[in-house]
Design a protein around this ligand. Structure first.
Ligand code: ATP
Length: 452
């Protein structure tokens, strides 16, 4: 059995399926590699993370606006961006067992000896493999009808940068934020939703004056780090990784990843990149449109802005938060047998259910009273109602999906209108008057600090 208390990918995957967070795509047909479906709690969690990021990026910044660009873009975009030529992974196949590997993910020894890491068979030469999904628009295949599913959301921002300046009178420095689907024909898609062929990104591109880029790059590194702190992530599980010269993408001047200690090791969560003037220079060249910025605050000087990018995976962040929040806590000894509860310690701002209302009993009008109280909370909070089974078991069910507050309605509620709030992390309970309930939840969310 896996070590008690620790998050493993098996436990996370199994909890995600059992409680309706994430299912394998097309499971009844044996599943589709690299694709996953988000169930009722999963879609709530994903939306909550997206809303939280959106608020952080747009609502809290005067100079950052949002956009929602199409997934299908003019194919020239991907020539300009360098994706047609450079967005490749090196690929090797085993001639014997037919296993396929990314050449950069097997040992140098195996690669130079052309030896399969799995069966010892002979490996093929390394080939370049483009990660973009190619399809056709219209009924005729090939030629001018080729179109790509976007492999990143960023290009939708660059090609709209002039539209946004003109329609919203943006002045440098300013940013454009976007959340949306991206597609990559990934060779290795293990580790649940970590690396998938269809995923979502949360990207923000910040346009700055050339020369101000280094300062803004550091500023955005600081802000993105602080963001995870506010989300309640255990900061010892995060670290910086600077790209060395051989890792830097063709467009990047400087790049740092925020890495998270997933159960399978340290892996990239978000990239913060100084892209220089690369993108807008390329689009100027390929589109023959003038994409210079006219700086009215600096004598109408014309220049191509530099871009600082923050690029996070939404679905990867969801996996990170599941792993980070996962806990198995020893709660009491039942004779020799140890009793553990599984609890997802989500920050209340992202928990799929904020408050669950539970009547102590179904009878004596408690169920009706509880439904009534739930109805009062519904407008302001994501709520759940559960009247089935022993109250202790119901608390555990809510713990397992990360509900921070359980509201229990009992006989005292009937008498004096007070209810119990039971806190997920400490399991403490307090009584509050029904009239103060919503305000109390709001206060607790604001003041939330993880206590374990
Ligand atoms: P990796 O090295 O993991 O392939 P990358 O460096 O290609 O990632 P970027 O192109 O910088 O990633 O994408 C930005 C973010 O998008 C990543 O930090 C990650 O969170 C997310 N992401 C990228 N590819 C995938 C994928 N296949 N599945 C899920 N999320 C992804």
């Amino acid at each position: 059995m896996a070590e008690q208390g620790k998050a493993t990918m098996e436990k996370i995957t199994s909890l995600a399926k059992r409680r309706g967070f994430v299912f394998q795509s097309s499971e009844i047909y044996g599943g589709q590699n690299g694709a996953w479906d988000y169930g009722p709690l999963g879609v709530e969690l994903k939306n909550r993370i997206a809303q939280n990021w959106w608020k952080e990026m747009t609502q809290l910044h005067d100079e950052i606006v949002g956009i929602d660009a199409a997934i299908l873009m003019h194919p020239r975009v991907w020539e300009a961006s360098g994706h047609v030529e450079n967005f490749t992974d090196p690929l090797v196949d085993c001639k014997k067992c037919k296993a396929r590997f990314r050449a950069d993910q097997i040992t140098l020894e195996n690669l130079s000896e052309k030896k399969c890491p799995e069966c010892g068979g002979e490996l093929t030469d390394t080939r370049k493999f483009n990660l973009m999904f190619k399809t056709n628009i219209g009924p005729i295949e090939g030629g001018d009808n080729v179109i790509y599913l976007r492999p990143e959301t960023a290009q939708g921002i660059y090609v709209n940068y002039k539209n946004i300046i003109q329609s919203n009178r943006m002045k440098i420095p300013f940013g454009i934020a976007q959340i949306g689907k991206a597609f990559r024909n990934e060779i290795v898609t293990k580790n649940f939703i970590f690396r998938t062929c269809e995923f979502e990104q949360m990207e923000m591109q910040y346009f700055v004056k050339p020369g101000a880029d280094v300062e803004w790059f550091h500023e955005w590194k600081k802000r993105r780090w602080a963001y995870y702190e506010r989300l309640g992530v255990k900061m010892e599980n995060l670290r910086w990784h600077q790209h060395g010269p051989d890792e830097l993408a063709h467009y990047a001047k400087d790049a740092y990843d925020i890495e998270y200690l997933f159960p399978m090791g340290w892996k990239e969560l978000e990239g913060i990149h100084n892209r220089g003037s690369y993108d807008l220079t390329q689009h100027t060249q390929f589109s023959s449109k003038d994409l210079q910025y006219i700086d009215q605050d600096d004598g109408n000087k014309r220049y191509i802005p530099f871009i600082i990018e923050t690029s996070a995976g939404l679905t990867r962040t969801l996996l990170m938060l599941l792993c980070d929040a996962y806990d198995e806590e020893k709660v009491s000894d039942k004779g020799d047998a140890e009793d553990y509860r599984t609890v997802l310690r989500f920050h209340p701002n992202i928990a799929p259910i904020t408050a669950a209302v539970l009547p102590l009993q179904k009878k004596d009008g408690l169920a009706e009273l509880a439904r009534d109280i739930r109805a009062e909370l519904m407008d302001d909070f994501a709520t759940d109602y559960d009247q089935g089974g022993a109250i202790g078991r119901r608390y555990r069910r809510q713990d397992e999906v990360g509900t921070p507050f359980c509201i229990t309605v009992d006989y005292e509620t009937k008498e004096n209108g007070s209810v119990t709030i039971r806190f997920r992390d400490s399991m403490e309970q307090i009584r509050v008057p029904r009239a103060d309930l919503a305000e109390c939840i709001r206060r607790e969310i604001k003041a939330y600090k993880l206590i374990v």
